[in-house]
Ligand binder design. Sequence first.
Ligand code: GLA
Ligand code: ZN
Length: 693
Amino acid sequence: MKVSYKKILFPGINGLVHGGDYNPDQWLDRPDILEKDLELMKKAGINCVTLGIFSWSAYEPAEGEFHFEWLQNIMDRLYENGIHTILATPSGARPAWLDAAYPDAMRADEYGRRNHHGNRHNHCMSSENYRRLVRKIDSQLAQRFGKHPGLILWHISNEFGGYCYCDACRQRFQKYLAEQFDGDIGKLNKAWWTSFWSHTYNSFDQIEPPYADGEQSVLGLRLEWKRFTTWNTTDFMKAEIDALREFCPDVPVTTNFMTMYEELDYHAMAKPLDVISWDSYPMFHNDRETLEDTFLENAFNHALFRSIKPGQPFMMMESAPGLVNWRPFNKYKRPGVHRLACLQAVACGSDTVQYFQIRKSRGSVEQFHGAVIDHLGTDDTRVFREVAETGRSLERLAEVAGSIADNRTAILFDWDNRWAVRDVNALGQETKKYEETCISLWKEFVKMGAEPDIISSDADWSSYRVIAAPMLFMLHDGVGEKIRSFVEGGGQFLATYFTGCVDRNLLAYLGGFPGQDLHELFGLICEETDTLYPSDRNIIRWLTLGDSPREGKAEGLFPLQSEVRDYQELLRVSDAEILAVYEKDYVAGMPAVTRKRYGQGTAWYVGCRIGSGEMRGLLAEMLKNAGIPARRLPEGVEFHSRRSESCYYDFYLNTGSEPAQVEDVYGTDLLTGEEFRGEAVIPGFQALVLKRG
Ligand code: GLA
Ligand code: ZN
């Protein structure tokens, strides 16, 4: 298969998108302000805005009474001024008339109680009335604006999320389950192990959602409820997409995802979308981590969303130009940080830098949320100047648009597994930290200049040489075989404690963990996973890293000993090289870390929790085996790379406030035109974007 390294998302826009959410419907009685906005947008280098996200009552102030003239005027004016439109469907918030007439559109809480009218994102995805009204307004929008020359993308609803426990959802859930289990209640009982505590069901209509005061002990039920909510939300979203496509088949669609959002499986939800977009709100300058870590965590999210649809750019649909207003502490980004965060998005594969919001509202809950244009209404604020400077930088990076990430390393991250790890009664409730474990391993690879994608166990793994799958507790069907052939074909695969314990229904594997015969691949059986108290410590002693036992150490990467926290496993090693053993406690002398060569590749197993920095030597060895060059980057410097058909774009971001010296950098900086051959000094909060042939 020929891989293409160029995928232009928006042919109408020459370069990267710079824009954001814009709510002119809040200012229709102030044409002077709308005119001023146009002028300021142009000054800030904004070439696209997102309209109509929460405009339902402006479009349809009473049922069946439509007003689209204002939108027509604004889209026209924007387009005349070189500004494109992303048009949203307004289903993210409902007008009062709708809830008054159709109370079933309102969501029910985890006790099954119907909510009152208000807020947003609180609709029942099963409500026939709601679906009918959404279809109607979406069709109207598609008919009227689907051919507007300024329209580049549909933005479906807004930040889908949450559960509804109403009767309609209960019935839909039962139907969904009947389909999943071939209408055979016996099959469901077996899969959910309902003989435990006499929870056997006679028929699907006895099954309820996991109400807060209802069935909480059947883990299979809780898991299927989450899968159902993803399915139902996706089905709702698909109905919106269908309504648009009927009149407007060619304009692509997206919906905006949220940071590490837990309640929806984005891998499943992404299928009907053309482009992935997400809303990035890192907690800059907080008091619990370094700025470098905040940046890296944000980059992990970029990587997660980028990897959902490989081979094409993604979108940073929202970010705050200044501050947000919904956190316990709402701190401004320090000078320079805004632009750097925007460059980070592009570095990680985004073709857009978009904000919430273009102009600040005067009232209601977001009136003090950062915006490009604030209440002062001028272009001489610090935030405006930084946005405008960002706009100029993005113009210089126009040719980067359409280039893609092309990585050989990956971290496995599954929503199902996330849910399963969270729900299982095992380990330490506070120290499970599945997400943190994935993030910290990802960061470690990034620090070695080998940025991983974040992929699901069901993804296509064929472009990767190194895959790390921390805490892969649940194995989807066939994943054991997939791992085996990955390793056999030369892959380096890393598993950790708490791997391969249950199948997709949460039934434990019999005959030894990791299941699906992976214990043979790793050459060990995990007999028990011991949970330590947060203050407990053990030590492992590293013995060797095979052919090059001291090479890592010489570079200070490979320690002699590492500290163990939270988890230590009792491993029964039958057929693997032992790389480290426990020093203390009843496990002293027993294997803790192993490796087994299999086919052309290697299966690595880390049976205890050690700091990701302590694993650097091991990760370096994996990279070396895979022929991926590892490099040393100074603290605080992030490296990301994109490629097109003919060249690479190497991004070096200095996330520290002090200058940083980097080595082995080559190419022409698109931001300044300067040439680099070898060394460079990057000032604090600045970046290099080197085009390399
Ligand atoms: C979310 C929403 C926006 C806005 C911002 C504020 O991302 O999608 O409508 O509320 O948060 O940060
Ligand atoms: Zn419902």
